[in-house]
Design a protein around this ligand. Sequence first.
Ligand code: ADP
Ligand code: MG
Length: 178
Amino acid sequence: MADHAPVLWFTGLSGAGKTTIAKEVQADLLKHGVKTELLDGDEVRATLSSDLGFSKKDRDLQVQRIAFVANLLAKNGIVVLVSAISPYRDSRNGAIGSFARGFEIFVDAPLPVLERRDTKGLYRRAQLGEVKNLTGVDDPYERPEFPALRLDTDGTQISGSVEEVLTLLAKEGIVDRN
Ligand SMILES: Nc1ncnc2c1ncn2[C@@H]1O[C@H](COP(=O)(O)OP(=O)(O)O)[C@@H](O)[C@H]1O
Ligand SMILES: [Mg+2]
């Protein structure tokens, strides 16, 4: 167990900043020579989970598949960054609890802010009725109760959120921080 690497599980609504922050953290870790993998929900859905939709059952399966791969990587010493909406508390807790060193990172911003960002145009399409089961709009999101970190991406710059994650990783002995 000792050589298991941490798994950082970024959860939150679409557009909250999960992918952005995880990629920046990954870039920083690369500079430190730390081996990492990013398991991004959208990428997994385009490949390993291309058979899945957005029912509760499918969303839970998506989380289980990501957790399975994350475990394989982490037990071989690779720091894993997961960025996935993962809206249901039980399946998220099940996944994070399955890691030797799992950390829940809640990437949080108010819905009106996300609607304004609308990076993928999903909120607008949901308003037009072109997209159904959008998390936070007409599908549930169960907020983390006791996350290791809550990143407020409305009140904080991207760099500030990245710094908070790196501080956590420093506490875990993954990177040096002065
Ligand atoms: N503090 C912040 N942290 C992360 N993203 C932010 C922040 N402020 C603004 N943004 C913007 O919000 C968007 C987040 O998109 P993305 O990372 O794809 O979200 P998600 O992966 O959670 O769906 C990006 O366009 C990013 O530039
Ligand atoms: Mg994303």
